[in-house]
Ligand binder design. Structure first.
Ligand SMILES: *Cc1c(COP(=O)(O)O)cnc(C)c1O
Length: 457
């Protein structure tokens, strides 16, 4: 055991040194991909290498290709870093190496998910008795929720999709907005809905569905229907009118699914709760823990109002498994698409435990406050146009022409001071900032604004 302890101590100092170096490292280093291949590549080794040597060489060789994603100045996509408690719990999760599919062989993993799932249900203001699954990300949360939806809306038309499949089934209509996230389409594809089954309705200038368009699309559909709306558009942070969507869904007997990847966390902050008015009326909710809750990858959450449909869509039985009793603790494999799986409840539990309700609220409000400051101060730079209402943690902006916008973005990225990505918004180039990291400080925002000021011609 002496050698193992030495290895783990050595590894933890490499990890700590990396995290401590974030304020000085370029956020995304300039990449020499050939060099990276040379450093990491070579023939499949014939002989053994000691673990400590493997780790030392891996850390050295990978370093030039490791992005500062946990940095407070990473604003790309919608990422988030890792809260200290969540990172430490994630290490323990690996050391414990529980196969968390079933309750019986891994009881602590199951109970921790039971507890954390219920904590989040309460935090998000979802109804009592919703079921949930801890999945790899919002992508698989969509698959889980929409599989439950598929089951439920077909069962209402006397079709058992789990037994009889989709061939010959009543056709399901899917209604969704023009600015939906691409993972909705991908989930629908996985579930056997062709792209042609999707009825896309227009979005407004913030990316929100137009409620009248939703209503008139529904008037033209009959039969089983699923509506997919969004809480937190990936560029603007905008929220669809959830209450109106819930009214429309109720009127047409449709299933309402909410893509709330990061937006759901606004529920924790009283001043933002109004953005989510009506969210509790949906049938399913897909969210992420690895974005705004700041737990390590992979961590997403699927919630469902109809536990029976959820379980029928996901459940699995086999003679060799030891499955929980009817009223006993749940077996996770009945609620998510994986079979063998990581005990991903531990880091979520640790994050929630370390922050508490007030800490989650503060994390969210702090991200929004930084975003508002970006919005206000970027707008003062020559040629800068902020394109969205900064209602959450996302800021969307551009500088004059597409070429100018690209040049400013490239200069900021190359400075190493901060990293964010570009996008196309309403046909034109734009830059997007997402403030999702727990560790972003006022100084990080100042450094980033200074990098923009220096990049503007
Ligand atoms: C990130 C995101 C997703 C996909 O989530 P993953 O966790 O990457 O699978 C879906 N919808 C929205 C709005 C997102 O921001």
């Amino acid at each position: 055991m002496g050698e193992l302890r030495q290895l783990l101590d050595f590894t933890s100092s490499i990890a700590a040194e990396f995290l401590e170096s974030l304020p000085q490292r370029p956020v995304l280093p300039a990449l020499d991909v050939d060099e990276l291949r040379r450093a990491l590549g070579g023939p499949l080794p014939e002989e053994t290498t000691s673990p400590i040597e493997v780790i030392a060489e891996l850390a050295r060789a990978a370093d030039p290709g490791i992005a500062g994603m946990p940095s407070g100045r990473w604003f790309g996509f919608v990422l988030g870093g890792s809260l200290p408690a969540a990172l430490a719990a994630d290490w323990l999760t690996s050391a414990w190496d529980q196969n968390a599919g079933l309750f019986a062989p891994a009881p602590a993993a199951a109970i921790v998910e039971e507890v954390a799932g219920e904590w989040m249900r309460e935090l998000f203001g979802l109804p009592d008795g919703v079921s949930f699954g801890f999945v790899t990300g919002c992508q698989m949360a969509h698959v889980t929720c929409l599989a439950a939806a598929r089951h439920h809306v077909l069962a209402a038309h006397d079709w058992d999709v789990e037994r009889d499949g989709l061939f010959g089934a009543p056709r399901i209509s899917v209604v969704t907005g023009a600015q939906r996230h691409v993972t909705i389409d991908r989930a629908l594809r996985f579930l056997g809905f062709g792209a042609a089954a999707v009825d896309v309705i227009p979005a407004d200038e913030q990316g929100r569905i137009v409620p009248e368009a939703l209503r008139s699309a529904l008037e033209q559909t009959d039969g089983p229907t699923i509506i997919c709306v969004q809480a937190g558009e990936v560029n603007t942070g905008a929220f669809d009118a959830l209450d109106e969507a819930a009214d429309a869904a109720a009127q047409h007997g449709a299933w309402l699914h909410v893509d709330a990847a990061f937006g759901i966390w606004a529920a924790a902050e009283p001043s933002l709760r109004h953005l989510l008015t009506g969210v509790e009326r949906a049938d399913s909710w897909a969210a992420d823990a690895h974005k705004w809750l700041n737990v390590p990858y992979d961590s997403g959450l699927a919630f469902c109002r109809h536990p029976d449909a959820h379980r029928k869509a996901m459940g699995a039985q086999a003679a060799y498994l030891i499955q929980a009793e009817e009223h006993g603790p749940r077996d996770q494999l009945d609620w998510n698409p994986e079979f063998s799986r990581r005990a991903r409840g531990f880091p979520v539990y640790a994050a929630l435990r370390s922050l508490g309700r007030s800490g989650v609220a503060k994390l969210v409000e702090q991200g929004c406050a930084h975003a508002r400051r970006f919005g206000e101060e970027l707008a003062l730079l020559p040629g800068c146009e902020v394109l969205n209402d900064v209602v959450l943690n996302q800021v969307l902006f551009r500088f004059g022409s597409d070429e100018e916008t690209e040049a400013v973005l490239a200069a900021v990225q190359a400075s190493g001071e901060a990293w964010m990505s570009g996008t196309i918004w309403q046909g034109r180039r734009a830059i997007r900032i997402s403030v999702s990291n727990w560790s972003t400080t006022d100084d990080d925002v100042s450094r980033t604004l200074a990098a923009f000021a220096a990049a503007v011609p």
